[in-house]
Design a protein around this ligand. Structure first.
Ligand SMILES: [Zn+2]
Length: 86
């Protein structure tokens, strides 16, 4: 568990508290946008293979927000996420 002073927490509870999350493979949302970042630690999600990028993670249903596995595990107790059924 982490505490509420963790450096990764910057007010995400306003839009991520209690939302449903889905474990998915990362896909590009548009031709002009080739990556996203974890909402908490800024780990990078990409389709292409590069060092230190993630290819799957937890995402909101619209795939607008992405959360890496580590941050999911660290913050699930604070954010009360629901895991959505595919
Ligand atoms: Zn993260």
């Amino acid at each position: 568990m982490v505490d509420e002073n963790d450096w990764r927490l910057t007010g995400q509870e306003k839009y991520l508290k209690g939302v449903a999350l889905y474990w998915r493979e990362y896909t590009r949302s548009s031709e002009s946008w080739d990556h996203d970042h974890c909402e908490f630690c800024w780990a990078k999600f990409m389709v292409e293979d590069h060092p230190d990028v993630l290819h799957e993670g937890y995402t909101t249903e619209d795939e607008y927000r992405w959360i890496c596995k580590k941050c999911f595990e660290d913050f699930k107790g604070i954010f009360d996420w629901k895991i959505g059924d595919e």
